[in-house]
Design a protein around this ligand. Structure first.
Ligand SMILES: [Zn+2]
Length: 206
C-alpha cells in the first residue's frame, strides 16, 4: 500500500494519499489546498486518483474538492449528513456513505465509521491498521463541538466507538495540532484527556 500524510495550507491541515501499487488506483482524503503538491506525489507513485474521501465538510477540508474533481474525474465519497456542502459546490459525482460501508481501492478495503460530534456527518476511515480521524480525534485532543451541527453527546459516543479499536491501530488526524504527527489508539487512550474521561468528566472538561 502507498500511504502519505501531506501537510497542506495555512491551518496545519493534513491531506492523505492512499494507493494500491498493483491497480494504480488512488484516493485523496480531504483535499482543501495545494492540490498540485498532492498531485505531484500521486504522480511520483504513478497513481490515478479515482476516489476523493471526505472526513467532514468544513471548508478547510473541502476547498480543493471541486478543482481536484475537475483535474481527475474522481468520485467524491461523503457521509449523507455532510453531503449538501459538497453538492453546493457544483459537484455531481458523489457517493454517500454511512456506518460500516466499505470502499475498495484496488485490494485495499477501507471501512467507514460514522463518528458524529464535530459535524453531523463526520466519518473515520479504517484500513490496514490505520485510521484517518479528520477533526473528530486529534493527537491528545478532539475537535470542536460548538460549531453548527456539533454535538457534545455524540462526540462522547463517537470516542467510545474508537476506544474499542485495537490498541496498535495508528491514528492519523485532520490537523497537525499535537506534539507528534500521528499516534495510536493506545497512545490516545493513555494520553488524551477526552478519551480517558467518564461521561460526567467529559461534559465538565469540554
Ligand atoms: Zn472541521
Amino acid at each position: 500500500m502507498i500511504f502519505e500524510q501531506i501537510p497542506v495550507g495555512q491551518m496545519q491541515n493534513f491531506s492523505y494519499l492512499i494507493g494500491d501499487e498493483n491497480s494504480k488506483e488512488g484516493a485523496v482524503v480531504d483535499p482543501a489546498w495545494e492540490n498540485s503538491k498532492i498531485l505531484d506525489i500521486a504522480k511520483k507513485h504513478d497513481l490515478n486518483i479515482k476516489f476523493i474521501l471526505i472526513t467532514h465538510s468544513h471548508y478547510d477540508h473541502i476547498d480543493g474538492v471541486k478543482s481536484l474533481v475537475d483535474a481527475t474525474d474522481a468520485t467524491v465519497y461523503v457521509h449523507k449528513d455532510d453531503m449538501v456542502e459538497i453538492k453546493n459546490r457544483g459537484i455531481d459525482k458523489i457517493k454517500t456513505i454511512d456506518e460500516n460501508d466499505e470502499i475498495n481501492i484496488g485490494k485495499i478495503k477501507i471501512k467507514v465509521l460514522h463518528t458524529p460530534g464535530h459535524s453531523p456527518g463526520s466519518v473515520c476511515y479504517l484500513f490496514n491498521n490505520k485510521i484517518i480521524t479528520g477533526d473528530m480525534l486529534f493527537v491528545e485532543a478532539i475537535g470542536r463541538v460548538d460549531l453548527p451541527g456539533g454535538d457534545i453527546e455524540k462526540m462522547f459516543n463517537s470516542l467510545q466507538k474508537l476506544k474499542k479499536l485495537d490498541d496498535n491501530i495508528e491514528v492519523y488526524p485532520g490537523h497537525d495540532y499535537g506534539s507528534i504527527k500521528h499516534s495510536t489508539i493506545a497512545h490516545e487512550k493513555e494520553n488524551n484527556p477526552y478519551m480517558r474521561a467518564s461521561k460526567e468528566e467529559f461534559f465538565r472538561i469540554r
